[in-house]
Design a protein around this ligand. Structure first.
Ligand SMILES: Nc1ncnc2c1ncn2[C@@H]1O[C@H](COP(=O)(O)OP(=O)(O)OP(=O)(O)O)[C@@H](O)[C@H]1O
Length: 295
């Protein structure tokens, strides 16, 4: 198998396939992946400019990495995109909608799903129940009909359960559906978290440090899974990641922030040679060359 940029690649151990969407079970936010356009976004916190007129575009169906040294503004940017922070100025457009004035649940309703640096699953619930929570937004039956166990609510629950099993299989956690999440190894929990985001049937995934804290094998598995999400489902992915090996391997485009400013934007092979990027990283870990990462 040859990578699209010509780098030889090890074939994945298991080919992942999943139907892109299951229309009768419910979808969010319209059809297919859409462009995310971040325009001149500025965020100020009491005298500190965390983001300074930052612009970049995530192309539909691409993997786009947002990188930068500590304190560069990456999390602030994610928080603006997901509606947690309100931008001081600027715009964020996704598939024709302006996101900057929306609350997190409204952004999610447009098809933007997010994972967190620290796992945000319920450890005592099984994988299945955690994934079913991801489908909550798509559930049409109200509390009353579900509580009364009306046939329509039962049929809907069965359809959601089938889709959850399909997505769990795709994410490589199909064997763990009945296991409480807290009992699973860390790397598997991170894949469950990604599976839960997929259960929202998103058009855009925001992944916050998806391989942080993982060992080499777990990192490679997660990188394969992210590539499968793009290739099989065509979902756009924006990820913040410190593992430069992984970024250079899977990203189609990279935006680099430093002290809240965008200092580079483009294909990974160009960005990693950019003198300003190398300068920004020198104090951190000697440049985004990829040697440090393990993916
Ligand atoms: N809620 C807040 N209130 C005040 N300052 C904040 C807040 N959130 C972030 N900052 C500041 O904004 C700047 C950017 O922080 P941010 O967390 O976005 O950087 P980052 O690139 O995600 O860093 P890291 O890689 O360490 O997670 C930092 O100086 C940080 O201290």
């Amino acid at each position: 198998m040859t990578h699209r940029r010509g780098v030889p690649r090890t074939p994945p151990t298991r080919r992942r396939r999943i139907p892109a969407r299951n229309q009768p079970v419910g979808t969010v936010g319209g059809d297919g992946p859409a462009e995310l356009v971040v325009g001149e976004v500025t965020v100020r916190f009491a005298g500190l400019t965390a983001l300074d007129a930052v612009s970049f575009t995530v192309a539909p169906g691409s993997v786009h990495a947002l990188i930068g040294p500590n304190g560069a503004g990456k999390s602030t940017c994610f928080n603006v995109l997901s509606g947690v922070y309100r931008a001081t100025s600027g715009s964020v457009r996704f598939g024709g909608a302006e996101l900057t004035s929306l609350r997190p649940h409204q952004v999610a309703a447009l098809g933007v799903a997010r994972t967190f640096q620290n796992i945000a699953l319920s450890p005592h619930l099984t994988v299945r129940d955690n994934l079913m929570l991801g489908r909550h937004r798509l559930t049409r039956a109200g509390f009353v009909s579900a509580g009364l166990r009306l046939p329509s609510a039962r049929r809907e629950a069965v359809r959601h359960g089938a889709r959850v099993a399909e997505i769990a299989e795709f994410a490589g956690v199909g064997d763990a559906l009945s296991i409480p999440v807290g009992l699973l190894p860390y790397g598997v929990q991170k894949r469950v978290e990604l599976a839960r985001a997929l259960c929202m049937e998103p058009r855009l995934l925001l992944l916050d440090e998806p391989v942080a804290g993982m060992n080499g094998g777990e990192r490679r598995e997660m990188a394969d899974l992210i590539e499968s999400v793009r290739e099989s489902l065509g979902i756009s992915i924006l990820l913040v990641e410190h593992d430069m090996g992984m970024v250079m391997r899977i990203a189609d485009a990279v935006t680099v922030l430093d002290f809240g400013r965008r200092i580079a934007d483009g294909p990974p092979e160009e960005v990693q040679r950019d003198p300003e990027v190398i300068r920004a990283y020198l104090g951190d870990f000697g440049g985004p060359s990829g040697e440090r990462g393990e993916a």
